[in-house]
Design a protein around this ligand. Structure first.
Ligand SMILES: [Fe+2]
Ligand SMILES: [Fe+2]
Length: 293
């Protein structure tokens, strides 16, 4: 069945609805009861650290957006300024306080815009390049928000098993309710660009090449230390048991929009490669740690 046509009005309505339905979560709404901090730390300490940092990096993501898309339209502006940034920063602050309640060190978000983004931003003053950057930006958003949805789902079931209802009901559940709306925004925005044929064949070709060369899992910032941390998250959440299945989940949007001509491609190979690299880096680091212990 052909997909519904995504109009700009539909995206704008979605953004408005998100703003109305989900005000930023306040720190005061959180019940800070933790029954067994030792167990929570053992199962999810590393993952909570990782997510707290990544959520707090939203301020850098906004700078990246403004670097890449200087001519950002009203809908995108409303989304990042009124919905997305205010929601994500609260996710970060709440998780950062949780990690400190668990006796862990505060998050240290990485807030510098990378050189690569600055270069692409400089080129994006040319309209055809800006459209490519825009598609890549939406695809990145779709993939990273999907990773957030999946991570919060996993953590939530684990916390319920541990009987940590306060964290589950007043932190993870409200956060995880806000992520699918972010995913939907990026997914719809990327889909609309393809449906409206905004990009010419050469621009799409370049978009594929750049995506292949620059794909990063959420929060890895193209840096080995963070990639290794992400490998630890994959192990803690059990993602490493089926990396291909996970690649399919987080790559669904770009498989459909960028690689539809590749018959039978389940997911773009660069996603599985990034996952394997992260898990390998994590294991190498763990082995080194053990040998020095
Ligand atoms: Fe978030
Ligand atoms: Fe999000």
């Amino acid at each position: 069945m052909p997909r519904q046509h995504i109009t700009h009005t539909k995206i704008a309505e979605h953004v408005q609805r998100l703003g109305e339905l989900y005000p930023p979560i306040s720190l005061d709404s959180v019940d800070r009861t933790i029954h067994r901090p030792d167990l929570v730390v053992a199962r999810f300490g590393h993952t909570i650290d990782y997510l707290a940092r990544v959520e707090l990096e939203v301020d850098r993501n906004v700078l990246e957006l403004l670097t890449l898309l200087p001519d950002v339209d009203e809908t995108n502006k409303t989304f990042y300024a009124d919905v997305w940034q205010p929601q994500e920063i609260q996710h970060g602050l709440i998780l950062d306080r949780l990690q400190q309640d668990l006796g862990r060190t505060p998050a240290d978000p990485y807030l510098d815009v990378s050189f690569k983004i600055k270069i692409l931003g400089a080129l994006a003053s040319l309209r055809p390049i800006q459209d490519i950057a825009k598609l890549l930006y939406f695809l990145t958003g779709a993939s990273t928000e999907r990773q957030a949805v999946l991570a919060y789902n996993q953590i939530n079931s684990g916390l319920k098993e541990l009987g940590e209802t306060a964290i589950s009901e007043t932190i993870i559940t409200p956060i995880k309710q806000q992520e699918p709306g972010h995913f939907a925004f990026y997914q719809m925005s990327a889909t609309a660009m393809i449906q409206d044929k905004v990009l010419n064949p050469w621009q799409l070709f370049l978009a594929r090449v750049l995506r292949e060369k620059s794909y990063n899992l959420v929060g890895t910032n193209a840096m080995p230390g963070y990639k290794s941390d992400m490998g630890g998250v994959a192990v803690d959440l059990g993602i490493n048991a089926d990396l291909a299945g996970y690649a399919r989940e987080i790559g669904r949007v770009e498989t459909r929009l960028l690689w539809a001509h590749k018959q039978g491609m389940e997911f773009p190979p660069y996603i599985l490669k990034a996952l394997r690299e992260s898990v390998d880096l994590y294991r190498e680091r763990a082995d080194r740690g053990l040998s020095f212990a």
